[in-house]
Write a protein that binds this ligand. Structure first.
Ligand code: GAL
Length: 741
């Protein structure tokens, strides 16, 4: 039997480590994981604010008589960046690297009764740990920012299940068994596959665990003969539960999907069907708490990418994502490009060996995820390094025979040691060709599997509150590139830079420690460019009609709103001005031949009337599908500030209980006019009050940016109602209630 104890509550924390923390009860701050070592302001802070050598402490009650013969493990899902764990003063050595899990068997150090578990955490961007060593374009913060468990197992137990399904109904990979017995043992492993509640089949394997060997890997390659298997696909992400168990009833369950993913010189194929990859890069950073966001919030990001933007892939840039994020990608059919931590800089041999370890740990943790279709085994945008990258590729191929490797580069003609040439193409500056020719990039004389892993980003940073012309150009650039990618059959697809604005070092971004490269801001609110992606969705998913304008007479240079780009998946659009039909326009399919839903571009001969006669009027847009009006949007000629629209992503969150991590939901505030349109230039302050069974994360008196502000409310140990009130003295206050259950 296996017992998993969530070990996220009752931690004590102090910003300054001292050796007494190993032995004496710490009188620090009481915290619940996930945790950041220092909450930071939204911007204009110093990156060094999170560079601490801090201390965490918890206690574990060990009942020796009850746990006789059992092993006690402690599993850290991630701690940034170098972490030394002590149990009753005994060190388990330093774990280097902030993105992947590490586990220790602490049994031999435990005494009957209370035991002190202390954690010394160094988040100082030490140059011996990837991605550090040179300044990088993202912040890594610090903290035990993912979850921790205590796992109690028998002396023979399942260490890891690295299995996946293939389209030919094979289950393949390996299972790692841990044997702490002194003698060799014979065991039978049972592998059971379930389709929801139905049992599909059982595979049994006799295994011998050799004397003196702690870990034994059991190779599995079994065919499942069942008409109950449906393939995992982006539209039908069918998952099956696979349970591996031992006679002593130790068991581990994972979710797998059956699918084949292949990059070829003629594009990408999922289950032999060509799929053009369209996605964005995602950093896992959030305002105030950095990386320390819980399960629901990690999952929400995947939902935004899949359901709000209609993407089919995300690149987990530039490090392995939270398991919650990946689980959600499996569930919703969002493919993933996952890569090792790093950014341009390659350190010395020791540093490289940590990086090679990262390849191993990433694949061992994530092998079973149906959504992962490629491993990134280069340091993002680094120089060629033959021996290092031969090694990372070798490691990946040894561990995973089912997936191809990529390695993201920006130098032309860099050495192809991977299966897929994955290239950041920042050629497009608004004028040049959207993409460089493949053979120019690769310097090879034939086409190879090829994917564009980044574009736009620093070529055109854009803030939510930027002017209309900039928002238009930002949107246009995203349209141009996804169109060019779609047209070229030899390109498997692309992931643009990037989904969400993110924190960075002072040498990057806008000096305020934010890179405004997202099609969403850091609060996960959409800029207009998001509609370049969302408008590519089928109208069965959502009807999109997004004019790329803030609609004002004098906002653009010279004035007016012509030409007006409308991101839409409608068949055509009508524009009414002062209730008069001014234009009926179809998508610009001639210009955007690759897109299923080219934007509509409405050019008005002499601009629209109000510009010359001062009588600026209201506008209405109607999108038509199959000849019928399907969606309508209205804009006022003289908007004034009428209210705050306040919405929570969830009605309920979970209270902290039984050692669980805290939970959270996002609340979005929108300053609106009389008909609910956002007012993008209202830079007013709001005050936020959170009462009852929850707490506000971050600033309680922020300023709206682009007419938006979002904040997260976190749960604590109390259950009940959380009352959130948002005020601004010009309008009625808004109150909403969520429940902590
Ligand atoms: C790339 C890099 C990304 C980000 C981006 C900004 O060169 O890979 O991490 O810095 O530029 O556009």
């Amino acid at each position: 039997m296996r017992e998993i104890i969530n070990f996220n509550t009752n931690w004590k924390f102090t910003k300054e480590w001292n050796d007494n923390i190993k032995i004496e009860k710490l009188n620090g701050e009481n915290i619940t994981l996930p945790h950041t070592v220092a909450e930071i302001p939204l911007h204009y802070f110093s990156e060094s604010d999170t560079w601490l050598v801090s201390g965490y402490q918890n206690t574990f009650k060990y009942d020796k008589s009850k746990l006789q013969g059992k092993r006690v493990l402690i599993n850290f899902e991630a701690a940034m960046a170098a972490c030394e764990v002590f149990v009753n003063e005994k060190s388990f050595g330093e774990h280097k690297g902030g993105y992947l899990p590490f586990v220790y068997d602490i049994t031999d150090e435990l005494k009957d009764g209370e035991n002190i578990i202390a954690v010394k955490l160094d988040s100082t961007e030490r140059e011996d740990i990837p991605p550090f060593g040179n300044e990088i374009d993202y912040l890594c913060y610090g903290g035990i920012y993912r979850e921790v468990q205590i796992i109690i197992v028998d002396d023979v137990s399942i260490e890891n299940v690295m299995l996946t399904g293939l389209a030919n109904q094979n289950i393949t990979g390996k299972i790692r068994i841990r044997n702490t017995k002194k003698e060799s043992v014979k065991e039978t492993i049972a592998i059971n596959l379930y389709n929801r509640e139905y049992h599909i089949c059982e595979i049994k394997k006799e295994i011998t665990l050799k004397k003196g060997e702690l870990f034994t890997d059991i190779k599995i390659d079994e065919h499942i003969d069942s008409d109950r298997i449906e393939l995992w696909d982006i539209d039908n992400p069918r998952l099956y539960r696979l349970e591996v168990s031992l006679p002593n009833e130790d068991s581990v369950s994972i979710k797998i999907g059956f699918r084949d993913a292949k990059f070829t010189e003629n594009g990408f194929f999922l289950n032999d069907k060509r799929v053009k990859l369209r996605g964005l890069n995602r950093h896992q950073s959030f305002p105030y708490v950095g990386y320390a966001m819980p399960e629901r919030i990690q999952k929400k990001d995947a939902d935004i990418l899949k359901f709000d933007l209609g993407l089919n892939i995300v690149r987990s840039s530039h490090y392995p994502a939270s398991r919650h994020f990946l689980d959600r990608c499996d569930e919703i059919g969002l493919m993933v490009f996952e890569e090792i931590p790093g950014w341009q800089h390659i350190g010395d041999k020791k540093w490289q060996s940590v990086s090679i370890e990262n390849v191993k740990d990433m694949i061992e943790r994530d092998f079973h995820h149906a959504s992962i279709i490629i491993w990134g085994v280069r340091i993002n945008e680094s120089q060629d390094n033959h021996s290092f990258y031969k090694e990372t590729n070798k490691k990946a191929h040894e561990l995973d025979k089912t997936r191809q490797t990529g390695g993201v580069r920006y130098l032309v003609g860099s050495e192809l040691l991977e299966d897929v040439y994955t290239m950041n193409d920042f050629n497009y500056d608004g004028v040049a060709d959207p993409l460089r020719a493949q053979k120019f990039v690769t310097k090879l004389d034939k086409n190879v599997p090829y994917m564009i892993t980044e574009y736009n980003g620093h070529m055109f940073p854009t803030k939510m509150q930027d002017c209309e012309e900039r928002l238009m150009e930002h949107t246009k650039r995203h349209f141009e590139i996804i169109n060019a990618v779609a047209i070229d059959k030899h390109i498997s697809g692309s992931t643009g830079w990037c989904a969400f604005d993110y924190h960075t070092h002072y040498n990057f971004g806008s000096g305020d420690r934010i890179c405004y490269h997202g099609v969403y801001d850091m609060f996960r609110n959409p800029k207009l460019a998001a509609s370049a992606y969302s408008s590519q969705m089928s109208t069965r998913n959502e009807i999109i009609l997004e004019p790329i304008t803030i609609y004002a007479r004098g906002e653009r240079a010279i004035g007016g709103i012509s030409p007006l780009m409308v991101a839409t998946n409608c068949d055509y659009v009508e524009l009414y001005y002062r209730d008069e039909l001014m234009a009926k326009e179809y998508p610009a399919t001639g210009k955007y031949q690759g897109l299923n839903h080219a934007p509509v571009i409405i050019k008005m001969e002499v601009n629209i009337p109000g510009v010359s006669d001062m009588g600026w009027g209201d506008m209405k847009l109607i999108g038509y599908i199959d000849g019928k009006p399907a969606i309508e949007k209205n804009y006022l000629n003289n908007p004034t500030f009428k209210g705050l629209e306040v919405k929570a992503d969830d009605d309920e969150i979970n209270a902290v209980s039984g050692g669980s991590a805290w939970d959270s939901t996002r609340i979005t505030v929108k300053a609106v006019d009389a008909i609910g349109n956002r007012l993008p230039y209202i830079n007013e302050a709001i005050t936020i009050e959170v009462k009852g069974a929850g707490e506000l994360i971050g600033n309680d008196n922020p300023v709206l940016e682009g007419g938006y502000y979002s904040f997260w409310v976190k749960s604590n140990k109390s259950k009940g109602s959380i009352k959130v009130t948002v005020k601004n003295k010009r309008v009625k206050e808004a109150t909403i209630e969520i429940k902590s259950i």
